[in-house]
Design a protein around this ligand. Structure first.
Ligand code: NCD
Ligand code: ZN
Ligand code: ZN
Length: 333
């Protein structure tokens, strides 16, 4: 049993910088054709110089691999149309973070006043630059994403031509919002298709499964699985692979993020096969993204997965991957 994928894409990826970048970038570039690169560095990517410099450092870290880093800027409501025009050719999307909601998001947006955001969002809409959003309020942790749905809807209605991507959705409420607005789309991670809060905190605390948004209830996971496994045209794979050094995860004050890049395609193949939907995996990991992001060109790459066991390494550098030490059913040929 084997499956071949054409140009798999990871539409939400953290590559970090410096030593960590060198460790993790090849683990994406050897299997994926391209990825949306998150801008939450310290400091965040907010200028053309930073964006180009970061893209070059990614280029050095991946060596000769065929892989396109789709670059993003960290959203600021002060970006002007002139600025966006000047950077448009280097840029695939802009990522909006509510202030302080997740790793390195301190300089994000507080309050979601449409009028305050209008100049930048209107310019993005005119220039056809997609907006990616980490959609959580600062309410009760289990309700943050569901509470944010009304903000997604407010933005989708106010900017009907703006492509909005609800990043790493984790709830039934977000899945249901997809069909209400033509311009709402979503990424879904590997881990949110697999785990619920029970896996994180139901037994002994599992720091390597702790992430934002936190994994939710079984019925939420069911709703995510349904649209992912049928490759609903408005959803696409975005791993949100978010490496942190082992000491920052296995700590009092555990950093949020699950590291999945090196196992993502293997585990997706197993999940889709188990549900007899393997024929939909190509759309979920590539074709849907191409239809949602109309501004990307995708390098050709063919990846074959075969049913042959793969023992997940305990660590890559100083990062512990999801399923460390466990045996997966599929491996990459
Ligand atoms: C991400 C990170 O570590 O950068 N963490 C996470 O838990 N998902 C940030 C993010 O995507 O929210
Ligand atoms: Zn996020
Ligand atoms: Zn992320």
């Amino acid at each position: 049993m084997s499956i071949t994928l054409n140009s798999p894409l990871d539409m939400h990826l953290h590559l970090r910088d410096e030593a960590m970048l060198k460790t993790v970038a090849p683990l994406s570039s050897e299997t994926f054709s391209g990825a949306i690169i998150m801008p939450n560095l310290v400091p965040p990517v907010t200028t053309k110089e930073q964006l180009i410099g970061y893209k070059e450092r990614i280029g050095s870290a991946i060596g000769d691999d065929v892989f396109t880093p789709y670059m993003t800027l960290f959203f600021k409501p002060t970006y002007t149309k002139e600025f966006l025009e000047s950077i448009k050719d280097e840029l695939t999307a802009i990522k909006l973070y509510p202030a302080g909601i997740t790793t390195n998001s301190e300089g994000g947006v507080s309050g979601f006043d449409v009028e305050e955001l209008r100049p930048t969002l209107e310019a993005m809409s005119e220039l056809e630059i997609p907006l990616c959003i980490h959609g959580e309020t600062n309410g009760f942790v289990m309700d943050r994403e569901a509470e944010f749905v009304s903000i997604y809807e407010k933005l989708a209605a106010a900017f009907p031509k703006l492509t909005i991507i609800m990043e790493h959705i984790t709830t039934k409420a977000s899945v249901e919002a997809l069909d209400r607005f033509e311009n709402l789309h979503a990424t879904i991670t590997l881990h949110h298709l697999l785990i619920t809060l029970d896996d994180v905190a139901g037994g002994m605390l599992q720091p390597h499964l702790f992430c934002k948004p936190i994994a939710k209830r079984p019925e939420d996971r069911e709703a995510l699985r349904k649209v992912a496994l049928e490759a609903h045209p408005k959803v696409m794979f975005g791993s949100d692979s978010a490496p942190h050094p082992q000491h920052a995860k296995e700590a009092c004050g555990c950093a949020a993020g699950v590291f999945t890049s090196p196992i993502a395609l293997q585990v997706l193949a197993e999940l889709f096969e188990e549900h007899s939907t393997i024929e939909n995996l190509q759309a979920f990991v590539s074709d849907n993204a191409k239809n949602i992001y109309k501004n990307i060109t995708i390098p050709e790459k063919t990846i074959t997965l075969e049913k042959k066991s793969f023992v997940v390494p305990e660590k890559y550098g100083n990062v512990v991957p999801m399923y460390a030490g466990e045996t997966l059913a599929y491996s990459i040929v």
